[in-house]
Design a protein around this ligand. Structure first.
Ligand code: ASP
Length: 359
């Protein structure tokens, strides 16, 4: 692929240049890259150090400079938000990212989209948080890598190029926050990391991916029908912290130590990664009841979710009567984020149930 002086790309075979197809004719799109760390910014001791490396070692500007092909597709500005492994991602950075992205879009109509480079471990959580708190319909694309930047066959450079192309593509507008890895586009609501080391790690379960990034163009085949971004009711602009919500994992014959400790700890909410269709053990439910917490202010709001990975958790009379909320098909870590945001607005269970059906 040869680059012409106009910044366009000529391809063998007479197809229209990819950069022009991505962004439409005219100037290259402006894309802002916000760098947070992760394996995509990881440095290992040698090119074969695929698992022994330090995540969040390389700056975002270095990642961009290492991929000169980017200049064929977009004019890029880079900002360093953090440089951490994403197991250490936190609500302070989520709030900072949401505020920065909302400010970039509000202040600069020339910015076509934003890319967030991120560790893959919690990428889906940051993605869903931004899906619910960015107030604009221009694309926000999260991207990471499964192999560190110093590795042989590192996947970060192509993932980054594809993410920037997607953020600059008009066809990506209005689709909410997206995750681009391995040439595939997934929606932030439904995608989850499904593999520890393979490069095809990000999957949206049975709902499927939204599209592809190929050399000729960015293609979409579907979009989420759930509320997000410009249609979201959540505004975290004035907040410096979020309600505390924890997750409890269910399994056969669970002890009651963890559930008692958590329910009585003062947390605002608990998400159960329940068995099957969001089932809780009788012993766990009895342990919570025995604490005698006041539902109006002391008892955490409980959302039932599922550890299965696919399908809905549906309201059921016996659980609803105990004040629990059904988490629909959000995985436990996504249900946690929606509950945290719901609790910034209300503790009313009917309202929280409405929120879980709409987002
Ligand atoms: N430890 C890494 C992280 O920051 C894993 C990755 O990025 O793939 O999440």
């Amino acid at each position: 692929m040869a680059k012409s002086h106009s910044g366009k790309v000529s391809t063998v075979g007479g197809n229209a240049p990819a950069a022009v197809q991505d962004a439409g004719a005219g100037e290259l799109p402006v894309v802002v890259v916000l760098s947070t760390g992760g394996t995509i910014a990881g440095r290992g001791g040698s090119s074969t150090s695929l698992t022994e490396y330090t995540a969040g070692s390389i700056l975002g500007s270095e990642l961009i400079n290492a991929v000169p092909e980017i200049s064929q597709y977009a004019n890029v500005r880079v900002e360093q938000i953090s440089n951490i492994g994403s197991a250490n991602m936190n609500t302070a950075i989520w709030l900072k990212l949401a505020a920065r992205i909302n400010a970039i879009f509000a202040e600069d109509p020339k910015v076509a989209g934003v890319v967030v480079t991120h560790g893959t471990s919690t990428l889906e959580e940051t993605g869903y948080f931004l899906h619910l708190t960015v107030k604009h319909d221009r694309p926000v694309v999260l991207v990471g890598a499964q192999r560190p930047a110093t590795a042989i066959s590192a996947d970060g450079p192509l993932n980054l190029l594809n993410a920037i192309r997607t953020a600059g593509a008009p066809v990506a507008r209005g689709k909410g926050v997206l995750v681009v890895m391995n040439d595939e586009i997934n929606g932030a609501r439904d995608v989850t990391k499904s593999n520890t080391y393979r490069v095809e790690a990000f999957r949206s379960g049975e709902l499927g991916l939204l599209g592809y990034v190929d050399p000729d163009q960015v293609s979409f085949y579907r979009a989420s029908t759930k509320r997000h971004t410009a249609r979201s009711e959540f505004d975290v602009g004035g907040l410096s912290s979020l309600p505390k919500v924890e997750i409890l994992y269910a399994y056969a014959e669970p002890g009651t130590v963890a559930i008692k400790a958590l329910a009585g700890s003062g947390v605002d909410g608990i998400v159960f990664a329940g068995t099957g269709a969001g089932a809780l053990s009788d012993s766990g439910r009895a342990a919570i009841e025995a604490l005698g917490l006041n539902p109006a202010d002391q008892k955490p709001v409980i959302v039932r979710s599922s550890r299965t990975g696919n399908g809905r958790v549906i309201p059921r009379k016996e659980y609803d009567a105990e004040g629990m909320v059904a988490g629909d098909n959000l995985n436990p870590q996504k249900a946690r984020i929606l509950l945290m945001l719901a609790l910034t607005k209300t503790r009313d269970l009917q309202e929280i149930r409405r929120i879980f059906t709409e987002y």
